[in-house]
Write a protein that binds this ligand. Structure first.
Ligand SMILES: O=C(O)CCC(=O)C(=O)O
Ligand SMILES: [Fe+2]
Length: 387
């Protein structure tokens, strides 16, 4: 999930778009000078997962090492041979096209404004990641973890009955298109196990026992956000502020896995403030480090800034999946990521507290954010989303 650029108190000197890049990462807007750094990445590496289930630990470690390097140097990587059948992927894109082509009223039945958990349908232009833009040129739909939806098998995954304080499901679904929920769960139940395999790979890459990070992901916060980017009028291709599908941001999750169709539009910011294309590569998903993983690794793996600009004249669909940790987990910098003499950049924090501090400011016009606007930030709780 991404955040809103809401802070205009930036030095005037940085407002020249040929010299500085703006983005939103963490709780404040930020900027980076456009320079040239020898070590800046210029492409996104691909990790081949063919042997991810190999019985040989050494083989798995070799894949983990490549992933470590990609996360350290870039914060983004493609995964190839990930095991999600092509038919499931094809069906997912057919589903997205069918849904976004529906009449507005059918989609508005599940409007995000009707849902306290800030999930559901977002019509065109409703959100704006960067206030200097005209508004994000996209439609979206958000669904996520919910112990009360049988498709997610809470009891099977946790061995517990669903928490009693949950009175109703956190997702909202359009009543006239039951196939939407069914179709999304087809993909969700393939991408969740893939993400959990990557969690093990991360542990190995960090030199930890393979299942060491599983403790944070018993029934994690997850989100899936189908996106539709219509072709934008290409009135000023070089402008950073017009025709932005999704403004520059880093993700406030642990790891993101994005299924892109064949239309290129995703761009990733390198250390020199240059936008590096992350075009779709057949048969791959593009993955990126989120802010929770950046914290846990003490910045060793950066939550790299990215944006979407669809300048192709074609319609684009994408399907990001966001993995965060368990709501009740506490995260601290991992011991293995804090080298001797190195400062700890992040305090220990509860996942629930960090998550609510990211999502509410990102959705300032949502009824849930408005309802709690007079409550000081240090009193915000995750349960505010569960009313
Ligand atoms: O549409 C894409 O390719 C990426 C979407 C994204 O960055 C996000 O939803 O956070
Ligand atoms: Fe993102």
């Amino acid at each position: 999930m991404a955040e809103v650029l809401d802070n205009h108190n930036l030095p005037d000197a940085t407002k020249d778009p040929s010299k500085f890049v703006y983005f939103h990462s963490g709780s404040k807007a930020s900027y980076r000078p456009i320079t040239s750094t020898q070590t800046a990445f210029t492409s996104i590496p691909t990790i081949d997962l063919t042997n991810i289930d190999s019985p040989s630990l050494e083989v798995r470690q070799a894949i983990a090492k490549e992933m470590y390097t990609a996360c350290h140097d870039v914060g983004f990587f493609y995964v190839a041979n990930h095991g999600i059948p092509q038919s499931v992927i094809d069906d997912a894109f057919k589903l997205l096209k069918r849904f976004f082509a529906l009449e507005r009223d059918i989609k508005m039945d599940a409007h995000v404004q009707k849902n306290p958990a800030i999930r559901g349908y977002e019509p065109m232009g409703e959100t704006k990641l960067d206030p200097r833009t005209r508004g994000d040129v996209k439609e979206a739909f958000t669904m996520g973890d919910c112990p009360l939806e049988p498709e997610q098998d809470y009891v099977g995954k946790t061995g517990q009955p669903p928490p009693t304080h949950l009175k109703r499901p956190q997702n909202i679904w359009p009543s006239e298109a039951p196939w939407w929920r069914e179709g999304l769960y087809q993909y969700y139940n393939h991408v969740v196990p893939l993400a959990m395999k990557l969690v093990k790979l991360f542990a190995l890459g960090l030199g930890l026992p393979e299942d060491d990070l599983d403790q944070y992901f018993k029934f994690p916060i997850t989100g899936m956000r189908p996106l539709y980017y219509p072709p934008t009028p290409v009135d000023n291709v070089n402008s950073d502020v017009t025709n932005v599908g999704l403004g520059a941001h880093s993700d406030f999750d642990w790891l993101t896995l994005v299924l892109q169709d064949s239309v290129p539009a995703l761009e990733v910011l390198n250390q020199s403030g240059q936008w590096v294309p992350a075009p779709p590569t057949p048969g791959t998903l593009v993955c990126n480090v989120g802010q929770f993983l950046e914290r846990q690794t003490n910045g060793l793996f950066p939550a790299t800034v990215h944006r979407v600009r669809n300048l192709t004249g074609l319609e684009r669909y994408s399907l990001p999946f966001f993995l965060t940790m368990d709501v009740d987990a506490e995260i601290d910098v991992l011991e293995c990521c804090q080298r001797e003499g190195e400062e700890k950049l992040y305090e220990k924090v509860k996942v629930a507290d960090l998550y609510i501090r990211r999502i509410l400011p990102a959705r300032a016009k949502h009824p849930t954010a408005i309802k709690y606007k007079d409550v000081p930030e240090d009193q915000w709780t995750y349960d505010m989303l569960l009313q």
